[in-house]
Design a protein. Structure first.
Length: 367
């Protein structure tokens, strides 16, 4: 059975087969909504030279501001997928933990909206079939911190609003998050070797509340992300290189690279990355506290699972919090057939569909 998982986000379309082939295509749906059909038709994955038997769908793009409501977004995305894959069985994942056919999905937009995290957690839960666990998925735009119990997601919230309130959704990621959404000011080194902040608190400089730089630039300068001159989905449309990242980061202090030294920019990048890690660690702590109330014995340590394109940041956060607080820390890339960290929810929903949708393909007489 040929199964394709689709995770249609606001800035990227991620596709994966149940066998582990995957592709991530940058696509800003709020700018190019009417091109969604064309982009989906152009997807190419090994093993899918023919139409898939099943297309399993999750999404977050319904929140894009090209849609008046989430219901409108869900309807548009589901109908477009149906048009493109008209010979395939379409199944849409719900945050209630089940698949729905397209007609039912359009009637249940709140359960369809932002469903990718739930599919990911449902599939990943099999890695920890007993006891408490946390799944930490750091992506390009957001971070999900999902509590699990005996292999089943036990979130405090299901909608974006509820998950923001419970800190299970942290709107910060390794690529698209504006720097001004992570810090309101930064310390400025006087000479690159010491911080005048220790001597003069006024050397903490407010940052411009503009989309001058994103966390991509911070992580590029810190060496945590590789350069990719082919990608230009950056704050200024220039390539994802360290030299361009330095220029973009300088702009958050209303400067250019001639006004700040490489040492100053490097220290700024390190500080900003530390603040992002602190944001995530606070969310992890909040979810740990909630999870502890579900555990009958305080002596039971939860397992930690990390995934996503920023799984390295999740691992760093856990190290800073203290690995002794967890029974184990596992990177879910070890569960993948291939390295598909960037497309994990698409792969997860494809696997779930491969397991659950077989009967839907059988003729009625054979059931």
């Amino acid at each position: 059975m040929r199964v394709l998982g689709l995770d249609i986000g606001g800035a990227n379309i991620k596709a994966a087969t149940a066998d582990g082939a995957s592709v991530c295509v940058p696509f800003e749906i709020w700018r190019r909504k009417d091109e969604l059909e064309t982009v989906l038709r152009a997807l190419k994955l090994p093993g899918l030279e023919q139409s898939p038997d099943v297309v399993a769908l999750v999404m977050t793009a319904e929140l894009a501001d090209c849609f008046e409501t989430k219901a409108e977004g869900v309807d548009f995305i589901v109908r477009t997928v149906q048009t493109v894959f008209d010979k395939s069985l379409i199944r849409v994942w719900l945050t209630s933990g089940e698949f729905a056919d397209p007609d039912d999905a359009r009637e249940l937009p709140i359960l369809v909206a932002a469903s990718n995290w739930h599919a990911m957690a449902t599939w990943a839960g099999r890695a920890v079939p007993a006891g408490p666990a946390l799944l930490i998925d750091v992506g390009s735009t957001t971070t999900d911190v999902i509590p699990l119990m005996d292999g089943v997601p036990v979130p405090q919230g299901l909608t974006d609003l509820e998950r923001l309130a419970s800190r299970e959704l942290v709107y910060t990621g390794i690529w698209r998050t504006p720097v001004c959404a992570v810090v309101s000011d930064v310390p400025l080194l006087a000479d690159g070797s010491r911080s005048d902040l220790e001597l003069n608190p006024s050397m903490r400089i407010p940052v411009a509340a503009e989309h001058f730089a994103t966390m991509l630039d911070v992580h590029l300068l810190n060496g945590d992300l590789p350069e990719d001159s082919r990608r230009c989905d950056t704050a200024d449309g220039r390539p994802a290189t360290r030299s361009c990242a330095a220029s973009r980061l300088a702009h958050i202090l209303c400067c250019d690279v001639t006004e700040l030294t490489p040492q100053q920019l490097g220290a700024m990048a390190k500080f900003i990355a530390e603040q992002q890690a602190l944001m995530i660690s606070r969310a992890v702590q909040s979810c740990l506290d909630a999870l502890s109330r579900l555990v009958p014995s305080a002596k039971i340590k939860p397992a930690a699972l990390v995934c996503g394109s920023g799984s390295w940041l999740a691992e760093r956060v856990l190290e800073q919090m203290g690995l002794s607080r967890f029974s184990s820390v596992s990177n879910l890339s070890s569960m993948f057939v291939r390295n598909i960290s960037d497309c994990a929810p698409a792969f997860a929903v494809a696997r779930l569909a491969a397991e659950r949708c077989t009967d839907d393909l059988l003729p009625v007489s054979s059931l």
